[in-house]
Design a protein around this ligand. Structure first.
Ligand code: C2E
Ligand code: CA
Ligand code: CA
Ligand code: CA
Length: 278
């Protein structure tokens, strides 16, 4: 029962109150939800600094359970990873994200969409080919797609991951290291990884305005990334003061509730296309 072990280590379970539900029930229900297309995809914009122009969005999966209501993504992603469903879930996210990307690009918008990629999905046989097939199917260039892969997962199997990521990059797809700063990786590794950018974890970002040391750490990460010609995203920006500090530190992109909360993809796109026409 791999899923039972997962429960203890899922961060989300600490605050998510549905303790009476056995995890294999959730696993079973998630499998059904995937088969019956019951997941939803939300989009959250990333704003480029200094002018806050929006040229990319992060795709975030949502699951509303028929009886239990909204299940936190951290919880169902972990269940999917441990229970052999992450390949299907990733393909679902990618397919829906590319469908939306095709709509946006079809309207003449040069935007990108970032999809979260678990190492288990990356390493499944044939994954790179599936990505190329889907890009072809939706007729969008690789340049429109970004994968975010968490630092800790990447470091667990750095050699194999690097090889696969390099293959994806050959088609123009970009790779960003997610939750940067939390995975104990040596900064020196950055030089050797086939990646285009880092996304600084929100735990650092959210302390910036009240903690000088957190601020200095973020500034140092940004400077180092820039030395290595990597782009920097900061996530979890909730106030103007933090945005201003990041602007001064020459951060490239910011994401967070201050800019916009994640919202259903259809709504985000409809608004964007309307704003663009006006
Ligand atoms: P993540 O990739 O680090 O995603 C960022 C999380 O921060 C999202 O949580 C987002 O809703 C939240 N967030 C955005 N702005 C703010 C802010 O200003 N303040 C705060 N406090 N939070 C903010 P969410 O949607 O709950 O997703 C949690 C995690 O689940 C994601 O973390 C990602 O690792 C995973 N996930 C979500 N969708 C997918 C997916 O389709 N595939 C995979 N493999 N993982 C996914
Ligand atoms: Ca992410
Ligand atoms: Ca993150
Ligand atoms: Ca995270």
């Amino acid at each position: 029962r791999a899923c039972d072990d997962a429960a203890a280590s899922v961060e989300g379970f600490a605050f998510w109150e549905a303790p009476s539900v056995p995890l294999d029930t959730l696993h079973h229900d998630l499998r059904a939800a995937l088969a019956e297309n019951q997941l939803a995809l939300h989009l959250q914009p990333l704003a480029a600094l200094p002018d806050r122009v929006i040229r990319s969005y992060e795709a975030l999966a949502r699951w509303t359970h028929p009886r239990l209501g909204d299940i936190p993504p951290d919880v169902f992603i972990e269940i999917a990873e441990r229970g052999g469903l992450i390949g299907d879930l990733t393909r679902w996210s990618l397919n829906v994200a590319l469908r939306h990307l095709a709509t946006l690009r079809g309207a003449g918008l040069e935007v990108r969409i970032a999809v979260n990629l678990s190492v288990e999905a990356l390493q499944a046989p044939g994954f790179v080919e599936q990505v190329l097939d889907l890009l072809h199917l939706w007729r969008v260039p690789g340049q429109g797609l970004v994968f975010e892969i968490t630092e800790s997962a990447l470091m667990r199997d750095i050699v194999r991951c690097s090889h696969l990521l390099a293959q994806l990059r050959q088609s123009g797809v970009r790779i960003v290291i997610d939750d940067f700063g939390t995975g104990y990786s040596s900064l020196a590794y950055l030089r050797r990884l086939p990646v285009d950018g880092i996304k600084i974890d929100r735990s650092f970002v959210q302390d910036m305005a009240r903690d000088r040391r957190a601020c200095r750490i973020v500034e140092t990460m940004i400077d180092l990334a820039h030395e290595l010609e990597l782009k920097v995203v900061a996530e979890g920006i909730e106030d103007e003061a933090t945005l201003e500090l990041l602007r001064e530190a020459h951060c490239d992109l910011v994401q967070g509730y201050l800019i916009a909360r994640p919202a259903p993809a259809e709504d985000v796109i409809e608004r964007r296309l309307r704003a663009d026409k006006a």
